[in-house]
Design a protein around this ligand. Structure first.
Ligand SMILES: C[S@@+](CC[C@H](N)C(=O)[O-])C[C@H]1O[C@@H](n2cnc3c(N)ncnc32)[C@H](O)[C@@H]1O
Length: 422
């Protein structure tokens, strides 16, 4: 937990690592100068499904497309990164409980693990008595998953398949699809797309998804992060003006015409990028509100790709100023109507006194904060779209009106806010 807190605070420096080594989730990867990087660096450099003559299975599919690999998949080929997820015990323990407390649902069944990574969920399913587990992984992590299946004496049940799920064919339909696909604020990474592709291709009509449901929430919070990010932004602009001065006096070159663009770049990053935070419940100024729910058995790929538009009202019970909206999610393992879980399990990423999961909460900092009295309400509309240049990242727009306890405008101006989820 300490490591997670350190990661969130102080804020990241302005110089960002290139997209290809930015972590999908979790703390920054070692830099290229760090010897820890070297053994796996080659693995991160290019797609490798079925490469090096080391096929995992005759069922192996194709490697990810190269840009998507560089932007997204390559981080998952690091054991370092898989470990980061595995040791999030709230996460891993929830999947363990969802499988082990519902052994009856798994015994004798055929299971598909979409994005098996290290193979952990496939091992859980095998231990719960699955007859066969197809464990599909796009990256070269597949070969470690295979070694782990052997090392844990599950190789008779688990078949590791390397390739994207979109390109794999299975010899039979499956009873259960298990997958850990959730990104920051649920939707980042857009990996749910792949789970739905798998569902539509491989799940029996009466099959079940683990997890089966997902919900997204916002809560109004107070946070020292708001002024800290504002300070970082101001510092960056002060630095820019010193830089302009130095360029002028040293080289007699005027870079002033770039000021507006630099300002926009820095404001985008410091003020309009949702930030990973570990919010303490005491920071919440009112209860969370669920603004979106997915039934994974029925949501279509087409619906999933559409913008998420929702209206919701946040009760600012404690009064403001509201310095951020904290966004988070939960998933539930309820089985399916025909094969319900005996013991449903819920994995929540809500603010928690005991510390956050590795997903933390994404804080959407509001500059300047919104004044609210005790019992006021924020009537909000949110729209979440995928970035055009990278469908795994998001743009978020929020409109907020401030109402008093009797739903009348307080006079505080409405706010239109835009953010990116990087
Ligand atoms: C969040 S990790 C989960 C890993 C593991 N299941 C666990 O719970 O620890 C998601 C994994 O899915 C893989 N993945 C994502 N999209 C995929 C796709 N379309 N086909 C195959 N694997 C995919 C990634 O490479 C990554 O290893």
């Amino acid at each position: 937990m300490l490591r997670l807190l350190l990661r969130a605070w102080p804020p990241r420096p302005a110089a960002r690592p290139p997209a290809s080594v930015r972590p999908i989730r979790g703390p920054p990867l070692p830099t290229a100068a760090d010897p820890a990087m070297e053994p796996s660096e080659a693995a991160a450099a290019e797609p490798s499904a079925g490469q090096n003559g080391a096929r995992c299975s005759e069922l192996d599919g194709e490697a990810p497309e190269s840009t998507d690999y560089a932007n997204y998949f390559c981080t998952y080929s690091f054991i370092y990164h898989q470990k980061d997820m595995l040791e999030d015990h709230k996460r891993t323990g929830s999947y363990f409980n969802a499988v082990m407390r519902n052994r009856g649902a798994f015994e004798g069944r055929v299971v598909l693990d979409v994005g098996t990574g290290s193979g952990i969920l496939a091992i859980f399913a095998a231990r719960a008595g699955a007859r066969k587990v197809y464990a599909v992984e796009a990256t070269s992590m597949a070969k470690f998953a295979r070694e782990l299946a052997i090392g844990n004496k599950c190789e008779d049940v688990i078949e590791v398949i390397q390739g994207t799920i979109e390109t794999v064919t299975l010899p039979e339909k499956v009873d259960i699809i298990i997958s850990e696909w959730m990104g920051y604020f649920l939707l980042r990474e857009s990996m749910l797309d792949s789970v739905l592709v798998a569902r539509d291709k491989f799940l029996k009509p009466d099959g079940a998804l683990y997890p089966s449901h997902a919900r997204m929430y916002f809560s109004p919070i107070e946070s020292p992060g708001a002024s800290a990010w504002q300070g970082e932004y101001q510092g960056a602009m002060e630095g820019w003006h010193s830089f302009l001065h130095a360029m002028s006096s040293l080289y007699d070159v005027d870079l002033g015409c770039l000021t507006n663009e630099f300002n926009k770049e820095q404001a985008d990053y410091y003020l309009q990028t949702a930030q990973w935070t570990d919010v303490h419940p005491a920071q919440m100024l009112g209860p969370p509100v669920c603004f979106k729910e997915y039934d994974l058995l029925t949501v279509t790929l087409e619906e999933l790709k559409k913008p998420v538009s929702a209206a919701f009202t946040l009760d600012v019970v404690a009064g403001g100023p509201v310095e951020a909206l904290a966004g988070f999610f939960d998933v539930e393992f309820r089985g399916s109507p025909t094969n319900p879980a005996d013991h449903p399990v819920r994995l929540s990423t809500a603010p928690d006194m005991a510390g956050s999961t590795h997903w933390g909460q994404l804080s959407f900092f509001i500059h300047p904060p919104i004044d609210c009295g005790q019992g006021d309400k924020l009537r909000c509309r949110v729209c979440i779209t995928r970035k055009q240049e990278n469908h795994r990242l998001m743009n978020v727009s929020l409109h907020c009106d401030v109402l008093d306890p009797s739903d009348m405008p307080t006079g505080v101006p409405s706010r239109d806010l835009t953010f990116q989820i990087e």
